[in-house]
Design a protein around this ligand. Structure first.
Ligand code: NI
Length: 392
């Protein structure tokens, strides 16, 4: 689909080059050294001064005196071995941009290129945040601690999303991404000989029962009107076929969209661990670690984002997420400090509709790059104008 705001071919080609270069050289959270110097080179090409922040993060500003609006892109890749067969596949074994963050960086640089010629006319300053460690390590938090949001009136960002077509931008107000919490359950039984179960307490059997019990928290204990998930992602126990396991370790994730439901799930897990341990004479230690908070878009900024999206993709292109995503997103940390809106850029690639993000075969339609760049440039100038005019 054509964007109503035309992105010059030169910028389009530049973004594709950036995206493909980053795709070939992916780096994990807080190791984005090459990525950061590549971004710095591109900012120099645009004549923009910048500084490093939060290790491998970069911050730069453009525009004139006035209010400040921030735009954010994340930079990190995932520990996956790429299997797309693309000509510009990852050259780093075991590391891959499988979430589209290579595209996010290209789009934010594209937005900078679009804004650059009209910097002087901007009703304020646009601060670009290139953030490390979104996938793990809460890079957003580190950026904020080092002052990334100082003076910022509103923040915007987005994520490439294969659930929507190129030329669609999904804008929602309120909660769009879940609470993410992690749990670790350490089962301690009593090891022994496989042939003398009566002398042992089998941690694998206890752990298995626990896995099955946990399935009933979502299905039987919480209000089905609220989306939530409990997934045991890892189960380790035992050392040999003829040895009864002394210990087992389960780890998993809790995704929820309401603070009360979140508490219910956490207390359900603790209660079940305790109960299963009691039932089988074992001991289970439960550890819950808080992950990313939910992304909650503020309504005024979501309205501005809708206006900006309309200017870019027309009324028809502006869509909504039908329900919150149970994925986590550390943009949430910014929204705890300043108002803002996180959108989804449609990027479904033909033939890859069934391949989710975080898959070794993930790819997206590069037609999303001009849409994202135009949206980011548009929302920045629109929000600056609204804030300056006090128009809200
Ligand atoms: Ni992502």
């Amino acid at each position: 689909m054509e964007t109503t705001i035309a992105v010059p071919k030169k910028i389009m080609d530049w973004m594709i080059h950036i995206r493909r270069h980053l795709h070939q050289w992916p780096e994990l959270a807080y190791q984005e050294e090459k990525t950061a110097s590549f971004i710095e080179d591109k900012l120099k090409e645009l004549g923009l001064k910048h500084r490093r922040i939060a290790g491998t993060g970069i911050i730069t500003e453009m525009g004139a005196k006035g209010p400040i609006v921030a735009l954010r892109a994340d930079m990190d890749a995932l520990p996956l071995h790429e299997a797309t067969g693309l000509s510009f596949s990852s050259r780093v074994p075991g590391v891959m941009h499988a979430c589209g963050h290579d595209g996010h960086v290209a789009m934010l640089l594209g937005a900078a290129a679009l804004l650059q010629p009209k910097q002087k006319q901007l009703p304020g300053r646009v601060r670009l945040l290139f953030q490390p460690a979104e996938e793990k390590g809460a890079g957003a938090k580190a950026m904020i601690q080092e002052g990334a949001l100082q003076g910022v009136g509103a923040i915007f960002g987005g994520h490439i999303d294969r659930h929507f077509k190129v030329g669609e931008i999904a804008v929602n107000e309120g909660l769009i991404c879940a609470f993410t919490d992690r749990f670790d359950l350490h089962v301690r039984g009593k090891g022994g000989h496989a042939a003398w179960p009566h002398e042992a307490i089998d941690a694998v059997v206890v752990g298995s029962l626990l896995v099955m019990s946990l399935q009933t928290i979502v299905s039987r204990e919480v209000n089905p009107a609220y989306p939530c998930v409990v997934t045991v992602g890892r189960f380790q126990g035992g050392v040999a076929h003829n040895v009864i396991a002394e210990t087992a370790h389960l780890e998993g994730t809790i995704r929820s969209t309401h603070p009360e439901i979140r508490q219910r799930i956490i207390s359900g897990i603790k209660r079940m661990a305790h109960g299963v341990a009691e039932l089988h004479r074992a001991h289970i230690e439960t550890k819950i670690s808080q992950g990313y908070p939910p992304v909650i878009n503020t309504s005024r900024e979501a309205q501005w984002a809708r206006e900006a999206a309309e200017r870019v993709v027309g009324q028809k292109g502006v869509v909504k997420q039908q329900h919150p995503s149970l994925g986590g997103e550390d943009f949430a940390f910014y929204l705890k400090h300043v108002p803002g809106c996180f959108v989804r850029f449609g990027a479904a690639k033909k033939g890859l509709e069934g391949i989710p993000a975080h898959s070794p075969r993930f790819d997206f339609d590069e037609g999303v790059l001009p849409v994202g760049a135009a949206f980011l440039a548009t929302i920045a100038s629109l929000a600056l104008k609204k804030i300056k005019d006090g128009d809200y």
